[in-house]
Design a protein around this ligand. Structure first.
Ligand code: PLP
Length: 380
């Protein structure tokens, strides 16, 4: 099967597969003080170091292992709420955008049901995000601003660093939260420069196992946990850590770091070639955001009059995985909220597919992708 749905899950890196297959640690509690526990602790801390290296974190940032980015975002978004007294909830607001992942949007809805005013910034159906208009929404009452680095469906890159820096300058007490799930390993980012109090990432999006992720927290913040229990992860997240998962994440981070510059070149080359071939063979197809820099492995493609869901099934039968929206939303008949938010009609959204590839997509796989796309799109 050819994975052109890498934004849904990158698939294990060969190095991760090998390391996980050779896993022989049978005592996996890093909190135990005896030698076996200490060995487990060393594995966990090594994984933390590797992830910190990939993200270029500094000493003021601490990695907390979680079950994934959804949990990390829940933890981060609830944190400002927990610091409010009961009668403060109605006087404050949270800010995010309409194009965020459901992990953020649904948490916002939950916070709204608890009395928080949530401002979900609508970019007026424009494709290009208006940083100026977004910043106007930040008020002295804003206590949390959440913004993704790159969109999972369109690959659109948001000016997170500029926005968070400005917010911290104007209103230093706003908690800033970044969903960096899709950016990690695909863009050269120094995550210590974002001015983010919380950064969420996910293991399976960079070639590690599923069920592991992390929240990077600003070390000066007092710990408060979404999941209560023991004092693991310096009391940020209770429960015995997922040692094998963290180990796989550490290996993936190490490999991604060493391959980042080569991967960036591969992504660029593959993307250019795929776009050129698609445009030559499917002249009606429209590449979304063609004129601006988006995630280097992501192509959002509108093919007028096709049903994206049907095309996904046809491609699947041909052994190629693509997507008609975000993986989390697939199975739902409603068109993508992201595409509607950037101004697409329902019909256009339903005719849009996402191709998101790994850096090692071979030339043969690229040809198969284009050939099968062409074969399955009716001639108009
Ligand atoms: N944020 C973005 C942008 C995503 O693409 C995803 C997964 O698709 C998530 C958050 C949730 O990540 P996880 O699968 O680790 O819960």
């Amino acid at each position: 099967m050819i994975n052109c749905d890498a934004n849904a899950s990158y698939g294990l890196l060969p190095e991760v597969r090998e390391a996980v297959s050779a896993w022989s640690v049978d005592f996996a509690n890093p909190s135990a003080i005896h030698q076996l526990g200490q060995r487990a602790r060393a594995i966990l801390e090594e994984a933390r170091n590797e992830l910190s290296g990939l993200m270029q974190l500094d000493s003021r940032q601490r990695i907390v292992f979680t079950s994934g980015a959804t949990e990390a975002l829940n933890q981060a978004l609830f944190y400002p709420f927990w610091n409010l007294s009961r009668n403060q909830t109605k006087d404050v607001n949270y800010l995010t955008t309409t194009t965020e992942h459901p992990a953020t949007l649904t948490t916002f809805h939950k916070l709204a049901s608890l009395g928080i005013t949530t401002n979900i910034f609508d970019n007026q159906k424009q494709e290009i995000f208006s940083m100026k208009s977004f910043l106007k929404e930040v008020t002295p009452e804003t206590i949390c601003c959440s913004l993704m680095f790159a969109n999972n469906e369109t690959g659109y890159i948001y000016p997170v660093k500029e926005i968070f820096t400005q917010i911290k300058k104007d209103f230093s007490s706003v908690y800033t939260v970044c969903d960096a799930v899709q950016a990690l390993g695909k863009l050269p980012i120094n995550y210590s420069e974002l001015n983010a109090d919380f950064i969420a990432i996910s293991g399976h999006k960079i070639g590690a196992l599923t069920g592991i992720g992390a929240l990077v927290v600003n070390d000066h913040l007092p710990a408060r946990a979404l999941i209560s229990g023991g004092p693991q992860e310096l009391s940020w997240r209770a429960g015995t850590e997922n040692l094998l998962g963290a180990y796989s994440l550490g290996i993936a981070a190490k490999v991604m770091k060493s391959q980042l510059s080569n991967n960036l070149k591969s992504y660029k080359k593959i993307k250019q070639k795929l776009i050129a071939e698609i445009q030559a063979q499917l002249p009606n197809a429209k590449i979304n955001f063609e004129q601006i820099e988006t995630l280097p492995n992501t192509i959002s493609l509108e093919i007028p009059r096709i049903k994206a869901d049907d095309l996904v099934v046809a491609m699947d039968l041909a052994g190629i995985a693509i997507s008609s929206g975000s993986a989390c939303a697939s199975g739902k008949p409603s068109p993508s909220h992201v595409l509607l938010a950037i101004g697409k009609s329902e019909e256009q959204a339903r005719s849009t597919i996402r191709i998101s590839f790994r850096a090692d997509l071979s030339a043969e796989e690229q040809s198969q992708l284009v050939n099968h796309l062409v074969k399955n799109v009716p001639v108009s």
